[in-house]
Structures are given as C-alpha cells and as structure tokens.
Design a protein around this ligand. Structure first.
Ligand code: M6R
Length: 364
C-alpha cells in the first residue's frame, strides 16, 4: 500500500510528477497549448478581485497564487487564513470572487468561511481534492486538484497539485483579462508542460537533502528564507519541518531578516534559503552574507548558476534543475518536503501520524 516506500509521506512525495501531470492532462488541451478548463460561467474578465481563503498548507498554496495572479493576470488578490476571515467578516468589493482551497474539503474554518461568503452573495470557487466533500458541494464551482488520496498528515502532493491547478487558472485569467499577449501565454504554458519532468529531476536531490537533514535534525531552531513567490515556500518548508520533526522552524521573507529574526542567528541555527536565480538573487546573496557573518550556517537550495554566485562560505548547497521562473515554487516544494521527511526519520518521529495532529481538522 506504500508502494515500496517506508512511509506514506515518501510515497506521496514521489507521486508528484504523476499527479501534477494529471492536473495538466485534465485542464490543458491534449497538445498542452491552451487551457481547457470550464469554470461554468465564471469569467475572469469581469472579476475585479480574488479573495483566497484556506488553512495551513492550502493557505500557502493560495499565497503563491496571489503572487502569480497579481503578476501575470494583473488581478488583485486578498488572502486570509480561514479562522481569521470567518470572524473578521470582511466586506467584499463589487466583482469579488471567493476562492476556497482545501485538500479534504471538510476543514471546519474553511467551510464556515465559504458559508459566510455565500451568505454575502459573492460567487465562490473551490479547489478541492475530495470531490464529494462539503466544500466541493457548497461552492458555486468546484475544481478538482487530482492528487488522489493523501494519507500522510503532512500534506505534500496536494500542495503541488493545488499549485498546478492555480497555475492553470492564472493562465486562464491572464488570457481573459488581456494581461498577457499570445506569446506570454504560450510561454507560461510551455513552462507548465515542463513540470512533470522537472519534478522527477527535483526528486533526485534526495540523497543530498538527506545529508543536510541529518545535520539539521541536531539543531533546535531553523529559519527558512524566501523572497517574492518563494516566500510562501519558506513558510511551507518551516511548517513541514515543525509538523513531523518537531523542530522549531520559522519562515520569513528574506528582506525581513534584519527587522528581527537575524537576532536568532548563531552557529546552532541553520538558515535554509530557497532561492533560485532570479532578478532579486543579488539581494538574497547579501542576506546570506549577513547570516554567515554572524556564524550562521546557510543551506542554499538553488540552481547551479546561483550557487556559483553565492560563493563558498555557504554551509551546504543543493543543486536544483534550471526551471522557468513561473513554475519554480512548485518545484522547490520537493526539497522542502524531503528536508522535513529526512529530519523526521533521523529523529525517529512518527512521520505519517505526527503527535497532536489530525489529517482533517473538522472541529474549530
Ligand atoms: O484539508 P485542508 O487542505 O483544508 O487542510 C488544511 C490544513 O489543515 C492542512 O494543510 C495542514 O496544515 C497540513 N497538516 C499541512 O501539512
């Protein structure tokens, strides 16, 4: 049942190239050159803003989507964790589409948030993994993320399938709103088609990550940094590590480092930097130098070009395949998941059933 793996979590991590491929098969044309996802009358051209609501890992998928919708589709996005949203009862500007993200489709706060939005009369779209779930049934339109059953409490393949599904929606929105020309749309689609293959390559970092994870498992506190669309990956990496290895971990936007968290940095506090080469990489290099100057150990997860630029003071570097910028957050989920997995295995914790956690949080 675990497909030859020791844990469901590892099986589910390894399934990602396949299930993300299923998302693309479901929502792109057979040639992959256009979006073929019917939103039953929801037209991005007439939507003024999105309000994305979710919990935990699904929330982080929504946070990546915010960067994408704003950048590629020029569509403003609000995002909230469901437990805040439902009690804050925010007003909705004209033309708001509520977007609810939930693997289980049964998370109590997300469901209550959906009911609030429905009561306010806005249109609602759900991204769910369980088609017959409450959230799928109650939203105006439900889009399946096609991850298949996710057993491990720590969410992995649902996250990358949520991202792949959002990516398709972003292309659809960019096209409908005229935010990208045909060439721009073709470029994003070409990037998406590379995802299954690149995810398979990314899984090859497993050995290198295990070595780093075994060292990290000895520490008490770990910082994760990322900038722009990689910031949510820093949050996700920290959440995964906390959940299954019980190490204290925090994710921050790289630029926030000197506004507080750098005070935590010392020899005993590894800093995981998720930073593929992009227009902002220079700034990330200076963040890493600030860490290293204080004796901090930097684990840099990046591509070959950026690793070369980062210099040899970096404690350990994990070389990821080169990838188009659009899909980098999906790809970098893999090393973040593997790091948590191997740290947990090194610590001997219960990987699939971590203490105090339930797969589906159906009570408030
Ligand atoms: O089923 P949902 O996607 O609504 O669940 C949301 C969170 O409870 C879930 O992502 C949780 O944070 C996971 N344990 C993360 O690994």
């Amino acid at each position: 049942e675990k497909g030859g793996h020791r844990h469901f979590m590892m099986k589910e991590i390894a399934e990602q190239p396949t299930v993300v491929g299923k998302v693309l098969d479901a929502y792109l044309t057979p040639e992959g050159d256009a979006v073929a996802l019917d939103l039953e009358g929801i037209d991005f051209a007439s939507i003024q803003r999105l309000s994305i609501v979710a919990c935990g890992t699904a929330y982080y998928a929504g946070l990546v989507a915010k960067y994408w919708f704003e950048r590629y589709a020029r569509l403003p996005v609000d995002i909230d964790v469901a437990s805040e949203f439902r009690y804050r009862e925010p007003p909705f500007p004209e033309g708001t589409l509520g977007v609810f993200v939930s693997q289980s489709g049964e998370t109590a706060d997300t469901l209550a948030a959906l009911r609030f939005a429905t009561g306010e009369g806005i249109r609602t779209l759900a991204l769910v993994n369980v088609p017959e779930s409450s959230i799928a049934r109650e939203a105006d339109v439900a889009v399946q993320i096609h991850a298949g059953p996710e057993i491990a409490v720590a969410s992995t393949k649902a996250f990358t399938c949520q991202l792949a599904t959002f990516a398709v929606l972003v292309v659809k929105a960019a096209q409908a709103r005229g935010a990208l020309d045909a060439g721009g749309v073709a470029e994003l689609l070409a990037a998406l088609r590379k995802l299954p293959g690149l995810l398979s390559h990314a899984l090859a970092v497993d050995d290198a990550i295990r070595t780093a994870a075994e060292a990290i498992a000895e520490s008490h506190d770990v910082l994760f940094l990322g900038r722009g669309q990689m910031f949510p990956l820093a949050l996700e990496g920290a959440l995964k590590l906390k959940e299954i290895s019980y190490l204290h971990a925090e994710g921050y936007p790289s630029g926030e480092l000197k506004h507080g968290p750098i005070a935590l940095v010392d020899k005993a506090t590894p800093v995981v930097v998720l930073a593929p080469h992009d227009g902002l990489f220079e700034k990330t290099v200076s963040n890493m130098q600030e860490v290293m100057a204080r004796g901090g150990r930097v684990l840099l997860i990046s591509d070959a070009r950026a690793i070369a630029q980062a210099g040899d003071e970096v404690w350990q570097a994990i070389t990821m395949p080169d990838a188009p910028e659009f899909i980098q957050p999906v790809l970098y989920a893999v090393p973040a998941q593997l790091l948590a997995y191997h740290a947990a295995v090194a610590k001997g914790t219960d990987v699939d059933q971590p203490r105090n956690l339930a797969k589906s949080v159906t009570v408030e």
